[in-house]
Ligand binder design. Structure first.
Ligand code: C2E
Ligand code: CA
Ligand code: CA
Ligand code: CA
Length: 280
C-alpha cells in the first residue's frame, strides 16, 4: 500500500510539473505570438430571431501555434489576463475586427448595418487607455460607432462599477453599444441590472442548453422579461437545437447565436455568408 501511495504521488507530482512547464512555455510563446502574427480572428454570426436574418458577428480570437497547432481561447486568454498580455492582444483584435467590418460594409453596401461585437477584459478598464484606443481605431478604420458593440462580463462590471460606468457612458456618446456577456453566471445579477448602462444582455449558454427543464426555461423567461422592462435587447448564446430556437422566439428574444446557426467562421467564410445573405 505504501509503494502504491508513493507511485501515485510521483505521478501527481510529474503532472503538476508538466502543467507548470506547459504554462511557462505557453506564456513565453504568447509573448512572441503577436509579432509573429499567429493570432487569427474568427467571426460567429448573430441572427435576428424575429427576421431570421444575419445581423452581425462576434469576434473570437484563435491562436495558430507553430508547433502545437490551434489553441482555443480558454487555454490562453486566462494566461493573457494574468500577465497583462490581454491588453496588446485586445487592441490588435479590436483594430483587425473593425477594419474587417468596414471592408465588408464597403464591399457589400446592401448590408450597411453589419455589427461587430468584441469581448473586453477587466484589464482594459483598469488601464484607462480604452477610450482613446477605441476612438482612434474608429477613426483609422472609418467604422461608425453604432456598428461596434462591446461585450463586458458581469464581474468586470460589478467589480469596478463606477469606473466602468463612466467609461461606458463616454463611449456611448459615439453610439457604441454595450452588452453584458454570460449573463446569469455571476452573482447578484438581477439586483444590479438596472444600474448597468447597457443596450443588450447575452444569456449564457448554460441556461439555453438546459431550457427543456421547466425551471430553466422559467429563468430564461424571467431574464428576458426583466431585460425588456429595462429597455434592453436579449441575445441568447449557445443555441444548438430547433426546440431551443422555438422557445426563445416565443419569449421574444431578439437575437441568437450558436452552432444551430453557425460555428465561428474564418474571415473568408464570414464574408461568403454576407455575400449570400438577403439584404435588410
Ligand atoms: P464567450 O464570449 O462566451 O464566447 C462564446 C463561446 O461559445 C465561443 O467559444 C464560441 O465558439 C462558443 N459557442 C458559440 N455557440 C456555441 C454553441 O452553440 N455550442 C457550444 N458548445 N459553444 C458555442 P470560444 O471561441 O472558445 O471562446 C471562449 C471564451 O474565450 C469566450 O466566451 C470569451 O470569454 C473568451 N474569448 C474569446 N475570444 C476573445 C477575445 O478576443 N478577447 C477576450 N477578452 N476574450 C475572448
Ligand atoms: Ca462574448
Ligand atoms: Ca458569452
Ligand atoms: Ca458563455
Amino acid at each position: 500500500a505504501k509503494e502504491q501511495g508513493k507511485a501515485r504521488y510521483e505521478v501527481f507530482d510529474n503532472s503538476l510539473r508538466d502543467r507548470a512547464l506547459l504554462r511557462l512555455e505557453i506564456e513565453t510563446d504568447l509573448r512572441r505570438a503577436l509579432e509573429r502574427k499567429e493570432f487569427e480572428v474568427y467571426y460567429q454570426p448573430i441572427t435576428s430571431l424575429k427576421l431570421g436574418i444575419l445581423s452581425g458577428f462576434e469576434a473570437l480570437v484563435r491562436w495558430n501555434h507553430p508547433t502545437k497547432g490551434r489553441i482555443q481561447p480558454g487555454d490562453f486568454i486566462p494566461i493573457c489576463e494574468e500577465t497583462g498580455l490581454i491588453v496588446p492582444l485586445s487592441n490588435w483584435l479590436l483594430k483587425e475586427a473593425c477594419q474587417t467590418t468596414r471592408s465588408w460594409q464597403l464591399k457589400y453596401p446592401e448590408h450597411p448595418a453589419i455589427r461587430m461585437s468584441i469581448n473586453l477584459s477587466a484589464h482594459q478598464f483598469r488601464e484607462s487607455q480604452l477610450i482613446q484606443e477605441v476612438e482612434s481605431v474608429l477613426q483609422e478604420t472609418g467604422l461608425s460607432g453604432k456598428c461596434l458593440k462591446l461585450e463586458i462580463t458581469e464581474s468586470t462590471l460589478i467589480d469596478n462599477l463606477d469606473t466602468v460606468t463612466e467609461i461606458i457612458l463616454h463611449l456611448r456618446e459615439k453610439e457604441i453599444q454595450f452588452s453584458i456577456d454570460d449573463f446569469g453566471t455571476g452573482y447578484s445579477s438581477l439586483s444590479y441590472l438596472h444600474r448597468f448602462p447597457v443596450d443588450t444582455i447575452k444569456i449564457d449558454r448554460s441556461f439555453v442548453s438546459q431550457m427543456q427543464a421547466e425551471e430553466n426555461s422559467a429563468i430564461v423567461k424571467a431574464i428576458v422579461t426583466l431585460a425588456h422592462m429595462l429597455n434592453m435587447d436579449v441575445i441568447a448564446e449557445g443555441i444548438e437545437t430547433t426546440a431551443q430556437l422555438a422557445q426563445l422566439r416565443l419569449l421574444q428574444c431578439e437575437y441568437g447565436q450558436g452552432f444551430f446557426f453557425s460555428k465561428p467562421l474564418n474571415k473568408a467564410q464570414a464574408e461568403a455568408l454576407i455575400a449570400s445573405s438577403p439584404k435588410w
